[in-house]
Design a binder for this molecule. Structure first.
Ligand code: FES
Length: 147
């Protein structure tokens, strides 16, 4: 049994301790904005924040999260869209949309520690995969959100 918070709410999942966070979020908390893409840590569709850092939720088990603060796309912003989400809309980033919540979470974590990332910073931080190839719009949206 692991105790941590998700979007400010304490959670206490009665699941196998080795359950990846991704499945606890989707199956037990019904937070389906966090997506399953590869399950092997490569695509980034499952990106959430753990204690403010971008983390691939398919790669961390719930037992590893004891005492942590997890934020999902649903909790990124309370009452209005997060500036990254606003930039995403302004730049019409999504195509099919499947990878976009993970992209937004990765971008928000980047901008939290680096308000004015260079292209190289963006390249380094944004390793999420988009099968529609929205990468140039992702970069523009990050630049816009950082202004
Ligand atoms: Fe986690 Fe692809 S589903 S990185």
């Amino acid at each position: 049994m692991s105790r941590f918070t998700v979007n400010g709410q304490p959670v206490h999942y009665r699941m196998d301790a080795k359950t990846p966070l991704l499945w606890a979020l989707r199956d037990a908390s019904n937070l389906t904005g966090t997506k399953y893409g590869c399950g092997t840590g490569h695509c980034g569709a499952c990106t959430v924040h753990v204690d403010g850092r971008a983390v691939r939720s398919c790669m961390v088990t719930i037992e590893e999260l004891e005492g942590s603060f997890v934020t999902t796309i649903e909790g990124l912003s309370r009452d209005r869209s997060h500036p990254v989400q606003q930039a995403w809309v302004a730049e019409s980033v999504p195509q099919c949309g499947f990878c976009q919540s993970g992209m937004i979470m990765a971008a928000a974590a980047l901008l939290e520690k680096n308000e004015r990332p260079t292209d190289a910073d963006i390249e380094r931080a944004m390793t999420n995969i988009c099968r529609c190839g929205t990468y140039s719009r992702v970069r523009e949206a990050i630049r816009r959100a950082g202004r």
